[in-house]
Write a protein that binds this ligand. Structure first.
Ligand SMILES: [Mg+2]
Ligand SMILES: [Zn+2]
Length: 251
């Protein structure tokens, strides 16, 4: 067996142990804590990250330096995302929206997960670092109540696109998130809820540290491995329904 195959097996074992620990925790002792799901949008509900896709497609001069500063934590998400959209004139609103609506795909099983949550009385929140003008139209077919969708806002009244931040960090978070997933998660105390985060990347890093279980893809899987956070890698939402079905928290 090659070293990389051994490492891969070791990683799988860690993930299985983590998942076992999480479901044991979820079952609690005596009364089970109801799960609450916090689900990322870009690259999680959608197949790829729409902000990255917009920047790569239109390639406004200067975006690459800003994006690299975000990825290397030199710039906060709030500052970087604000600066990148300010590279566009507001008059491009329709063109950018059309591009996203045309190119974004929804990950398989999303409707199944929503149905499962409804049938099991489980609260489902979209916690997105994306922007309302594309998050809302892409989610419209799914009938998620608007107060269960957290994302950033936008203002096209000036010369350049301005991103606005209706859900800022609370007094505990110093990350300057823009849309603060940690602050949203903290409204559901761990003593009362089994908190589950679903995500893929940098906007999920802070929230992942708080929850009982992470369903992870991509960079978030690597991050969870590094930090030893309980996580289950997934490919699509059918996988997540499968794991939730196995959970014994409903007893
Ligand atoms: Mg994402
Ligand atoms: Zn924050």
């Amino acid at each position: 067996m090659t070293d990389s195959a051994t490492n891969s097996l070791a990683n799988q074992t860690t993930e299985l142990q983590a998942s076992g620990a999480a479901s044991a925790q979820a079952s609690g002792s005596g009364g089970a804590k109801p799960p609450v799901l916090f689900c990322d949008f870009d690259g999680t509900i959608t197949l790829s990250d729409n902000i990255v896709a917009v920047m790569k497609h239109f390639s406004p001069p200067g975006y690459e330096a800003i994006m690299s500063d975000i990825v290397s934590f030199k710039k906060s998400l709030r500052q970087g995302v604000g600066e990148m959209f300010a590279l566009f004139p507001s008059s491009m609103r329709q063109e950018i929206t059309d591009f996203i609506l045309r190119s974004a795909g929804i990950r398989a099983g999303f409707q199944e997960l929503l149905d499962w949550c409804k049938n099991n009385g489980v609260a489902f929140f979209v916690t997105s670092g994306g922007i309302d003008f594309f998050v809302q139209p892409l989610l419209a077919p799914f009938g998620i109540p608007s107060d269960h969708i957290y994302c950033n806002g936008s203002d096209f009244s000036g010369e350049r696109i301005e991103i606005v931040w209706p859900h800022p960090c609370d007094e505990i978070c110093t990350n300057d998130c823009g849309m603060c997933k940690a602050a949203v998660i903290r409204r559901y105390p761990k003593e009362q809820f089994t908190r589950i985060l679903i995500g893929d990347s940098i906007t999920d890093f802070e929230g992942a540290k708080l929850v009982d279980l992470v369903f992870s893809r991509s960079h978030l899987t690597e991050r969870c491995r590094e930090l030893g956070l309980p996580h289950i890698p997934f490919e699509n939402f059918h996988d997540i329904v499968h794991h939730l079905e196995q959970g014994d928290w409903r007893k």
